[in-house]
Design a protein around this ligand. Sequence first.
Ligand SMILES: *Cc1c(COP(=O)(O)O)cnc(C)c1O
Length: 376
Amino acid sequence: MIPFNKPYCSGREQSYIQEVCQSTTMSGNGQFTKLCHGFFEKRYGFRKCLLTTSGTDALEMCAMLCELKPGDEVIVPSYTFVSSAIAFLREGAFIRFADSGKDNPNITVEAIEPLINEKTRVIVVVHYAGVACDMDAIMALAEKHHLLVVEDAAHSIDSFYHERPLGGIGHLAAFSFHETKNINCGEGGMLVVNDERFVRRSEIIWEKGTNRAEFYRGMVNKYGWCDIGSSFLPSEFNAAFLWAQLEQLDDIQGQRRHIWERYDQALRGHLPEGYCLPELPDYATNNYHMYYILCPSLKARTELMNYLKNNGVQTTFHYLPLHSSKYYEDKHDGRQLSNCDRYADTLVRLPLYYELKDEEIDKIVKLILRKLSHRS
Ligand SMILES: *Cc1c(COP(=O)(O)O)cnc(C)c1O
């Protein structure tokens, strides 16, 4: 069986974890955590980075920093992972779900604008598959209405909008290092603070509501309880694992690019009518997080996935629309989100991981082309 995903390992993870075992700091914010923060701050110019124990946690920190009041509204795409919404729901916000665009699953200005009212406080964007949303237009809309923008950059490491790195454009952003992402440490994430106003408070929330980080920098002579917060920082073991991967980022991205392009060369122009492949807007780069096919119908997708499974290839689909989920359907305002529903029904993700071999890609492609040329 060719699995859908195999988490990447560089081989250095064990020796860095061994270093942590022999050191005096095993809890968070030690040397490996600092190496990881520095990597992102230097390479992408992010104002402030804080590792978290998951992408979900980073989104929860974003929501806490937005200081929402009961009744405040947050606009979130429906076609995303639950965490993009639940982080804000936990803070008491009402979620207005927005539709995806026609050309790709990202949220659009056209979908966002009609949802803005006097209670709206935040727009959450998800750069699906690491492909940028139209950030200039979204930031301008947010500025016009005095809204905050949170980037769910869970898919988006090393990807860009024009020349600007994703995660560095909104007021706040969240990355994920879950094992399904390009870079992973099992479970992990990172908050990015781009707006100076949130820098100090982000560190306090990260450190259980205390100013301990300032204490360690020698800025105060004792630390204490200053604000709300939680235990968001991961241990040095996670950071050491992550560092072993970050060191290899260019190699990982190069290999993923090779796989993505091999799929694309073999499939683009060779699929029957009604089947579509990823399209990138000219302002977006590709970080090769995902390769997918859009099928003409749910039935066609189910048939393709079953055929591949019966021939030893595991594929997946996602997301189940959040607006019509069991948990939210009663709370949703009733609008149809037809693009979202279409992606949920028709998108199939192909295996894409560092160790995937050329022969395996060729086998997957051959199976797809064989199946689709013999459609009933
Ligand atoms: C993976 C993912 C998350 C959550 O990240 P975790 O690290 O698993 O908590 C949030 N949003 C999106 C779009 C994701 O793909």
